[in-house]
Design a protein around this ligand. Structure first.
Ligand SMILES: Cc1cc2nc3c(=O)[nH]c(=O)nc-3n(C[C@H](O)[C@H](O)[C@H](O)COP(=O)(O)OP(=O)(O)OC[C@H]3O[C@@H](n4cnc5c(N)ncnc54)[C@H](O)[C@@H]3O)c2cc1C
Length: 386
């Protein structure tokens, strides 16, 4: 059981006030937005006031298997959280195992360490508070109301700050289901299983991360319950089904702006269909969003211009998401023996270079620019942080 570090009881004082930017959600997308706002000035040259909120302390609750192209860890100077690197993807179907030689490497990392490193690149204020909704420019939390002309929803798949909050729910919403366990142990292979015995539409995985394995099952069909098969996969791999982590995973792009709010990461459906890879895209769109906000704060563009530009930037990726979603829908319909043939063809370097090159190009690490220098952090309310 992780230790709860989130403020409780008397420490949970009332929160109120106006800010330049409110970033709701302090995981990958929210932290990337905050990084881009480090050292940001207002039009009058005074420091921008940026507040980030999350129901938990930063890094307290892991939200994924924490696998990412290594280039992203390097570009963001996050290798301090790195656990293991893989230059092959080992794919098993009922008809055999194939090793795909990746043109770029994939790595696993430690979630609390990555969040701490990314947070250190920002200078925003941070408070733990449960976001409960929004009216116009005011965000309602369990500790009080906060307002800002620039609001970011980086709260994950629920898209809490949308016009109609709570309307997006499984099983009708385009959401996949993912569950994993984190037993102790080690391994050398980044492995996935495409096997209808494990999940009719989806895949199982084992991601080694130093002294821990992350073994899980993801189903593109939200009605398919994955718990029993996650436990079975762990047991088949000789591991214990302990330390569960699961969530809904969006597999359809949604508008990245709505009703004056910026959405980044899972709240905008930025997680990629088929692979359910949503960390690098949350970072990528979070950076894009943060860059726009920085310009608004400095008076370079208006809020409406930034909404329009960021919305258009996100939407320009729509066709890529569309094609991957088509693949997600097609794969479970392919006869397993034929599918194994396709998996086998990916052994060939030219094919794997081409497909994985394009895949990385959807959100390439070259998009990252050196971090703007952060100022000394202030605690919420404007006091200098201890
Ligand atoms: C089992 C599983 C394994 C996965 N493995 C991988 C992987 O290996 N690689 C990969 O790229 N992707 C993976 N994904 C997908 C990835 O986790 C998401 O796409 C990614 O976390 C999205 O980042 P985000 O910042 O948008 O949202 P999240 O990481 O979900 O963060 C949302 C934040 O908002 C906070 N929050 C939520 N509601 C409230 C509220 N009401 N008030 C205040 N705070 C709130 C949460 O505490 C959290 O900190 C996995 C998903 C699952 C379910």
């Amino acid at each position: 059981m992780p230790t709860r570090r989130t403020k409780r009881g008397e420490l949970r004082t009332d929160l109120s006030g106006s800010y330049d930017v409110l970033i709701c959600g302090a995981s990958f997308a929210g932290l990337a937005v905050a990084r881009e706002l480090a050292g940001a000035d207002r039009v009058d040259g005074s420091p921008a006031r940026v507040l980030m909120l999350d129901r938990y302390e930063i890094g307290e609750r892991q939200t994924s298997a924490c696998g990412i192209p290594t280039g992203w860890l390097e570009a963001l100077d996050l290798m301090g959280s790195h656990r293991q690197t893989f230059d092959e993807l080992v794919v098993t179907t009922p008809y055999g195992t194939v090793r795909w030689p990746l043109p770029w490497t994939f790595s696993t990392f430690d979630y609390p360490e990555l969040c701490a490193l990314l947070f250190a690149q920002s200078d925003c204020e941070f408070e733990t508070a449960k976001v409960e909704g929004r009216t116009g420019d005011t965000v309602h939390t369990d500790r009080g109301d906060l307002s800002a002309p620039l609001i970011v929803d980086a709260l994950g798949w629920r898209r809490m700050l949308a016009r109609k909050a709570g309307a997006f729910q499984p099983p009708d919403a385009p959401l996949s289901r993912g569950l994993e366990v984190h037993p102790g142990g080690s391994g050398d292979d980044l492995a996935i299983w495409i096997d209808r015995e494990i999940v009719p539409a989806g895949y199982g995985w084992s991601f080694p991360a130093g002294e821990e394995l992350r073994i899980g099952v993801g189903s593109f069909d939200p009605r398919f319950h994955v718990k029993d098969n996650t436990v079975k996969l762990a047991q088949d791999l000789g591991s214990e089904a302990v330390r569960y982590q699961g969530n809904w995973i969006p597999h359809k792009l949604r508008p990245a702006v709505e009703d004056g709010v910026f959405f980044a990461g899972d709240s905008a459906g930025h997680c990629l269909p088929l692979t359910a890879e949503g960390i690098r895209t949350a970072l990528y769109f979070g950076i894009a969003c943060g860059r726009e906000l920085r310009q608004v704060v400095a008076g370079g563009v208006t809020r409406d211009q930034a909404l329009q530009r960021y919305g258009a930037f996100s939407a320009s990726h729509e066709w890529k998401y569309h094609w991957i979603l088509r693949a997600q829908r097609a794969v479970p319909r392919i006869w397993p023996r034929v599918l194994h043939g396709v998996v086998g063809a990916m052994r060939h370097r030219q094919l794997v270079d081409w497909s994985f090159g394009h895949y990385l190009g959807i959100a390439p690490p070259e998009f990252v620019e050196p971090a703007p220098a952060p100022r000394a952090r202030r605690s919420a309310g404007g006091r200098a942080a201890a």
